[in-house]
Design a protein around this ligand. Structure first.
Ligand SMILES: Cc1cc2nc3c(=O)[nH]c(=O)nc-3n(C[C@H](O)[C@H](O)[C@H](O)COP(=O)(O)O)c2cc1C
Length: 221
């Protein structure tokens, strides 16, 4: 039986009606059964990053330990973020700062989405941060799904051919970046009318993620 592929999706917006968070929930709906996508919902609970607390042997705040364990348990990370004042939202940068010194992000396939077509700076800045953290920023998993001014609930995003195509390409790219055990694989997505469509792809070598006891993904095989 094939191992389930896990993606930790992190929204850079704390807004209850965030379009970036909605986009990630749509990714979760579209990605199944090819991948199990869990949307991280504890960004607002992380304490401010302080290097004095992030030292060898120190007991980390629980929310930080959870974040590190969730990232470690994921095969790939997918971030979708707004831009604030031409920059990355502080709460998202704060989360990334907690991950800088650990091993969890090293080599981890990472994708970047944005729900606004107007943002010019935050995406580039996030890409630079992820590369600096030695994440494996996957080129085909970086894109914009411009939901600006459009209805953006999960059903509407799933019904949008362009948005769904982008999401399927991003998820496929993340799976390919993380799979090392097959020469060829069929990647199945559920379309808006619940039919399964498949992408057949040659797989190139990469890493298989390690597992920790703290996992948001439930089943790990
Ligand atoms: C304080 C603030 C600053 C913003 N600055 C920018 C900006 O510099 N560039 C931009 O394109 N959008 C900016 N926006 C708009 C948001 O990035 C945009 O509405 C985004 O899609 C909201 O994402 P969300 O729906 O996930 O919260 C700003 C919004 C707020 C609240």
């Amino acid at each position: 039986m094939e191992r389930i592929f896990h993606i930790l999706a992190i929204s850079g917006s704390l807004r209850a009606r965030s379009t970036n968070t909605q986009l990630l929930h749509a990714v979760a709906a579209i990605a199944a059964p090819a991948a199990n996508v869990v949307v991280y919902d504890q960004l607002g609970e992380l304490p401010h990053f302080n290097p004095d607390l992030d030292v060898e042997g120190a007991r980390l705040p629980d929310a930080v330990s959870d974040l590190k364990a969730f990232v470690d348990a994921a095969d790939a990370i997918l971030i979708s973020s707004p831009e604030y004042a031409h920059g990355v939202p502080g709460s998202l940068k704060n989360a990334l700062d907690w991950l800088v010194s650990g091993p969890e992000m090293v080599g981890k396939p990472a994708g970047l989405l944005c729900a606004s077509g107007r943002s010019l700076y935050a995406h580039k800045s996030l890409a630079e941060t992820l590369r600096t953290m030695s994440a494996n920023l996957v080129g085909n998993a970086v894109d914009v799904v411009p939901l600006d001014g459009r209805r953006s609930d999960v059903a509407a995003i799933r019904a949008d051919d362009s948005a769904r195509g982008t999401i399927e390409r991003v998820v496929t790219a993340l799976i390919l970046a993380a799979r090392s055990d097959l020469q060829q694989t069929h990647i199945f997505f559920r379309s808006s009318d619940a039919q399964l469509s498949s992408t057949t792809t040659l797989v190139r070598p990469a890493l298989v993620a390690s597992r920790t006891s703290r996992s948001p993904f439930g089943e790990t095989s």
